[in-house]
Design a protein around this ligand. Structure first.
Ligand SMILES: NC(=O)c1ccc[n+]([C@@H]2O[C@H](COP(=O)([O-])OP(=O)(O)OC[C@H]3O[C@@H](n4cnc5c(N)ncnc54)[C@H](O)[C@@H]3O)[C@@H](O)[C@H]2O)c1
Ligand SMILES: O=P(O)(O)OC[C@H](O)CO
Length: 345
């Protein structure tokens, strides 16, 4: 049994707390809202975020210092835009060296940094190599009901990855390890761009053919960008790559798909984000990936099209026309070139 603090009591932090509690761990779920902590502790529910009863071993805290006292692991699950703020507070209050795990899927637009890089920059006693990421096809709504789910954990420090695998694995939550930290984080972040696109496609009334094309050509874009940043192309064929793309692009559980669906139906971005009331990571990640692709001359036509819809007020239908009428080409041409470069190195 371990003492584990989970920072972020949204849908994913709550679902991961259930997995940890089912495994017999003492779980401290931290929220910055006192009212939410009171709800969890008095009724064993967190109704705004997850429609399930919570195990009693989950104790909620609104005091960060108390939540992290004497824990052997801290799981960070706030949205990317809150990572620096939460980690800077954590850095001030942490007096020992528990394993740091994150399950956040995003990239910081201004710096184009991955979440593990942001965490290590804010945490003075941790190196980037120590941080662990947990990612893969995993909707909180299904994990909360103990439906079969598989994820991957990765860290440059392989002992930390194995410790995290042991912490979470159980009969309904299967955990693999991987040594490709960069690929695992990028796969989880970049799939949200394509999921927004899949939602838009469904919102426009396009069919399964269009969605299959988005998923497959989206995977090509993700792989190009990922490999250029040092990821293994094989990672994108695994759970944090194509696995997460499928689950996010095809499910109405997905916040990114749902936001895209509303955009496809003609709603404005600001209204959509207000209506969602939860993290829609793909919006900021589109900005980051589009900027990086432009700077590095990486071809990402779907990401670029989505960027035009989100930030330049372009009509989704016009972007689809633009994508369908690009110049003729061979399907695997540029992707093969990227992958060969990786193997030659
Ligand atoms: N929901 C899922 O099924 C799921 C699955 C896998 C990964 N993720 C990833 O997990 C991360 C969190 O997503 P979520 O779905 O739980 O989001 P959410 O919107 O459900 O919850 C986010 C939580 O973070 C808290 N928060 C926001 N800013 C904060 C701050 N500055 N300080 C403290 N707390 C703050 C909010 O109060 C809320 O409780 C995202 O990166 C998402 O991509 C989500
Ligand atoms: O609800 P979304 O779109 O943030 O996606 C949730 C998970 O990342 C799916 O694996």
């Amino acid at each position: 049994m371990q003492k584990v603090a989970v920072l972020g009591a949204g849908s994913w932090g709550t679902a991961l707390s259930i997995v940890l509690a089912d495994n017999g761990h003492d779980v401290r779920l931290w929220t910055h809202r006192k009212q939410q902590a009171d709800e969890i502790n008095t009724t064993n529910t967190n109704k705004r975020y997850l429609q399930v009863n919570l195990p009693q071993q989950i104790q909620a805290y609104d005091d960060l210092e108390k939540a992290i006292d004497d824990v052997s692991a801290i799981v960070i699950v706030v949205p990317t835009k809150a990572i620096r703020e939460v980690c800077s507070e954590l850095n001030e209050k942490l007096r020992h060296q528990p394993t740091l795990i994150h399950a956040t899927k995003g990239i910081e637009p201004e710096s184009l940094k991955r979440v593990s890089q942001l965490i290590s920059e804010e945490m003075s006693t941790y190196n980037y190599e120590d941080i662990v990421v947990l990612s893969g096809p995993s909707h909180a709504e299904e994990v909360g009901k103990r439906l079969p789910t598989t994820v991957t954990v990765s860290s440059v420090n392989e002992q930390n990855a194995t410790f995290t695998q042991d912490l979470f694995i159980n009969e309904s939550f299967r955990v693999y390890t991987s040594t490709d930290m960069v690929g695992i984080e990028l796969g989880g972040a970049l799939k949200n761009i394509i999921a927004l696109g899949a939602g838009i496609s469904d919102g426009l009334g396009y069919g399964d053919n269009a969605k299959a094309a988005l998923i497959t050509r989206g995977l090509a874009e993700i792989t190009r960008l990922g490999v250029s940043l040092g990821a293994s192309p094989l990672t994108f064929l695994g759970l944090p790559g194509v696995g997460d793309l499928i689950v996010t692009c095809t499910s109405s559980h997905s916040r990114n798909w749902r936001a895209g669906n509303l955009l496809g139906k003609g709603h404005k971005l600001d209204d959509v984000l207000e209506q969602m009331g939860m993290a829609v990571e793909g919006v900021r990640t589109t900005k980051a990936a589009n900027q990086f692709a432009r700077e590095q001359q990486i071809e990402m036509p779907i990401t670029n099209g989505l960027h035009q819809v989100l930030f330049n007020d372009k009509k989704p239908r016009d972007v689809v026309d633009q994508l369908m009428n690009r110049s003729k080409r061979e399907e695997m041409d540029d992707l093969a070139a990227f992958i060969r470069t990786d193997f030659r190195d």
